[in-house]
Write a protein that binds this ligand. Structure first.
Ligand code: S3P
Length: 178
C-alpha cells in the first residue's frame, strides 16, 4: 500500500511495549503519510539535556514521567504528525486521556520473544537494567497489555514481519476508519 492517498487530521500516536518498533515504524509511517515524525523519548532527552538512563538515575522515574506528560502534551498540538511514545506513556491515565482526546492511538502488539529479540543486549532502557530483564519484560506485558488494549487501532508485530508490513497494516486499518 505504498501510494495510499491517506490524509490524517489528528496526530497518530504509536504506543506499546519496549521493542515493539514504535520509532522505526513511526518514521516510515510518517514518510508514507507525508507528515512529520517525533519521538517523545528523544524530545525528553533534548529538553533535559540528559540521557534516559541519566534521568532515571539522577532525577528518578517520577521526574521522567513528569517530563513525559509535558513533552507529550506539547507534541500532540500543532500540525497532525506521527508521534512515537515511550512504552510507559499510554499507561499514565493523564497521558492516555490526552492521547484519546487529541489523537488516534495505535498499539503495536508483539509477543514476548519478538520484543525480547529486539531489546536483548541493548542499553538505554533503565527498566530492563535488572538481573532478569526478560522476566521484567514479561511482567510489564502482563501489567500493561490490558491497558494498551484501549488503543483505537491494534496491529500485530512479529519477529518475521518487516517494519514495512506493520506500516501497511496500520495504513489499512486507518483506511477502514475513514
Ligand atoms: C519505558 C520505555 C522507554 C523509555 C523509558 C521507559 C517504559 O521507551 O520511555 O525507558 O516505561 O516502558 P521505549 O518503549 O521507546 O523503549
Amino acid at each position: 500500500m505504498s501510494s495510499v492517498a491517506l490524509k490524517i487530521d489528528k496526530p497518530l500516536v504509536l504506543v506499546g511495549l519496549m521493542g515493539c518498533g514504535k520509532s522505526s515504524v513511526g518514521r516510515r509511517l510518517a514518510a508514507q503519510l507525508g507528515v512529520g515524525f517525533v519521538d517523545t523519548d528523544d524530545e525528553i532527552v533534548k529538553a533535559a539535556g540528559m540521557s534516559i538512563p541519566e534521568i532515571f538515575a539522577e532525577l528518578g522515574e517520577a521526574a521522567f514521567r513528569d517530563g513525559e506528560i509535558k513533552v507529550i502534551a506539547r507534541l500532540l498540538s500543532g500540525e497532525p504528525k506521527v508521534v512515537a511514545t515511550g512504552g510507559g506513556a499510554f499507561i499514565s491515565p493523564l497521558v492516555r486521556a490526552e492521547i484519546e482526546r487529541i489523537g488516534t492511538s495505535v498499539w503495536l502488539r508483539g509477543d514476548l520473544e519478538t520484543l525480547w529479540g529486539r531489546v536483548e543486549g541493548k542499553s538505554g532502557r533503565p527498566l530492563l537494567d535488572a538481573d532478569n530483564p526478560k522476566q521484567v519484560l514479561a511482567e510489564l506485558m502482563a501489567a500493561r497489555y490490558p491497558i494498551y488494549e484501549a488503543a483505537d487501532i491494534t496491529v500485530d508485530t512479529h519477529a518475521n514481519n518487516t517494519h514495512e508490513v506493520v506500516v501497511d497494516d496500520i495504513l489499512k486499518a486507518l483506511a477502514r476508519t475513514k
